[in-house]
Write a new protein. Structure first.
Length: 584
């Protein structure tokens, strides 16, 4: 409401006095006359009267504030209006139409449209309230080059033809004439913008292409990351994090592989969440207004000329404009970057190799080294003895360290499957090809460190022989002591596990014609005496010889030797001492 001057205050004081003394039915007439006189509405007169302290004296309705449009009904009608809203924000159904639809479908609501809208706002479900963005959290970065944001966009106002930069005239290129836009599709100007989240520093470059592609994105990232020759442009380096949208070029294998090899962690925001990279979105607006607004006052001949002008504006803006958040110029705050925070971008040739480079598998040799060839540096050997988990004869994944080539990374994984990079430097060799830090024969000795396999082998051997040292293990094995103190019986359980009982199967004997008959030939007396002489360990007397001849005139059978030995006063021979002669 507009303010009331002194004259109107006096008028409303007089009118208030007249209303207090007016009879029944006269007050409305006085209000009408005052509205006609002041050229305002009845509500305007009542507001003026209330401003001087007048009250109508009418009792308030007992049901004031108790609208029949409760929160559920208000939200339902509001939802009908919201679902009819186009993607561009245009709302098709009015509140009146939505109310009619709700009533036609049995919703018990008998209020005016204005009351319904008022109740929607009171309950916080008015379409205008719902359409507002949700609260957001302010995120911070830690230092210059910590986080970069990137956003490519088509420069909607301009295109480059043979005559230079031209403005897209609305009469020629409005939405209902797509054939005109198709004619200049290859002449459209694409704007790539990068910002440093900590300082707000802006880097911009234009391209004459019909749309986003991997080649253009690679060129832009290389130009943004690399140090430029201009002395007034200090900004460069590779970030730790890069935020952008899910564009096709951004998600391509080559670009993602490049960033992985450069140790850049990519954060891709979803559709409808531009606030994630809100800084670069604002930078696009700054460029459109601060730089592209000047282009209509000049003649841009070609794309290089456009970029030359853009970089002049960019350097001036970063160096001189004060950022509202940190109160410094963008380049000024970027200059506070420390040495360990500034990762120098590798040469473009190496980055081009990284587009297609994958970690390669290399076998660990017996002396705990691997061989790897870095483009431009040749084949070199690298000691991996300090990398946890390496084993002789097994393979490890290896890739180049792009910031310290020809150093390499040996890639392992933690318990959660995350990559862990272990940097290894190439071995320095002497003139004969030996590592210069290898022990010299006759002067020093250094055993290779135990791998985890070696540690397991030794600890398991100590456990098997209840030993505390490897020497005790070796001694136990030398004495052929059973492992585990003989507590493990590897045989007896086999008989217990053999529970099957097999039925004896009948068979037939083979009738082999002309089979050999075995006949045992008796020993002669002389042969028997020779055996007895050995068993008695003395000579056989002449009387004993004569007695044997009388006892065994046909010769002595082998099985009769024990009895004869006893007769002569000797001990029974063992089976090993007996002999058997076989004849056909």
């Amino acid at each position: 409401m507009r303010s009331i001057d002194i004259g109107e205050v006096e008028y409303f004081d007089t009118l208030a006095t007249r209303l207090l003394s007016a009879g029944r039915g006269k007050k409305g007439q006085l209000i009408e006359e005052a509205a006609s006189f002041l050229k305002t509405s009845r509500d305007g007169i009542y507001k003026g009267l209330r401003s001087v302290g007048w009250e109508s004296g009418r009792k308030r309705r007992t049901d004031r504030g108790n609208s029949r449009a409760d929160e559920g009904v208000a939200a339902f009608v509001s939802n009908i209006m919201l679902e009819s809203t186009r993607a561009n924000g245009k709302r098709l159904l009015s509140a009146t139409d939505a109310l009619e639809i709700a009533q036609a479908h049995g919703v018990d609501i008998n209020v005016s449209t204005s009351t319904l809208l008022r109740e929607m706002k009171r309950h916080g479900c008015h379409p205008d309230q719902i359409a507002k963005p949700p609260p957001h959290t302010t995120l911070r970065s830690l230092h210059p080059n910590h986080v970069f944001e990137v956003d490519p966009s088509v420069c909607v106002l301009f295109y480059l033809d043979d005559g230079g930069l031209a403005v897209m005239d609305e009469k020629r290129f409005y939405k209902n004439k797509p054939e005109n836009i198709a004619k200049i599709s290859k002449k459209r100007v694409l704007r790539y913008v990068l910002t440093d989240h900590y300082t707000g520093t802006i880097f911009v470059k234009y391209y004459l292409v019909s749309g986003e592609n991997q080649e253009t994105l690679f060129d832009f990232l290389m130009d943004a990351f690399s140090k430029r020759e201009h002395s007034q442009d200090p900004f460069h380096g590779v970030p730790l994090y890069l935020i952008w949208d899910a564009g096709s070029a951004n998600q391509s294998y080559l670009i993602k592989n490049l960033l992985v090899r450069l140790l850049v962690k990519v954060v891709t925001h979803g559709v409808g969440a531009p606030r994630v990279k809100g800084q670069v979105e604002c930078a696009n607006n700054l460029i459109e207004r601060g730089f592209e607004g000047r282009l209509s006052l000049m003649q841009v001949r070609h794309i290089d000329h456009l970029n030359e002008c853009a970089h002049i504006w960019m350097r001036n803006y970063n160096a001189n404009r004060i950022h509202r958040r940190h109160g410094q110029s963008r380049y000024g705050l970027w200059q506070t970057i420390r040495e360990e925070q500034l990762r120098i971008c590798p040469p473009r040739e190496l980055c081009s190799e990284l587009l297609r480079t994958k970690p390669e598998s290399r076998q660990v040799k017996g002396n705990l080294v691997v061989s790897y060839t870095v483009p431009g540096y040749g084949s070199k050997t690298y000691s991996v003895e300090k990398v946890p988990g390496v084993r002789v004869g097994e393979s490890v994944n290896v890739c180049v360290n792009p910031y310290k080539a020809p150093n390499i990374f040996v890639i392992t994984e933690d318990a959660d499957g995350n990559e862990i990079l272990h940097e290894c430097v190439p071995e320095i060799l002497d003139a004969a090809g030996f590592p210069i830090d290898a022990p010299v024969i006759g002067e020093s000795f250094k055993s290779a460190p135990d791998t985890d396999t070696d540690k397991h082998r030794k600890s398991m051997a100590k456990a098997a022989y209840d030993a505390d040292t490897q020497q005790e293990v070796d001694q136990a094995r030398k004495e052929r002591k059973p492992a585990f103190g003989g507590r493990i019986d590897p045989i007896s359980y086999l008989e217990e596990e053999t529970v099957a009982h097999f039925m004896a199967r009948p068979g037939i004997e083979l009738d082999i014609p002309g089979r050999m008959e075995v006949v045992v030939k008796p020993l002669t007396v002389i042969e028997a005496c020779k055996q007895l002489r050995v068993l008695l360990k003395r000579d056989i007397t002449q009387e004993e010889n004569q007695q044997i001849r009388e006892w065994y005139p046909q010769g002595v059978q082998e099985e009769e030797i024990p009895a004869l030995l006893i007769s002569l006063g000797g001990a029974v021979p063992s089976k090993a001492d007996s002999k058997l002669s076989i004849v056909s």
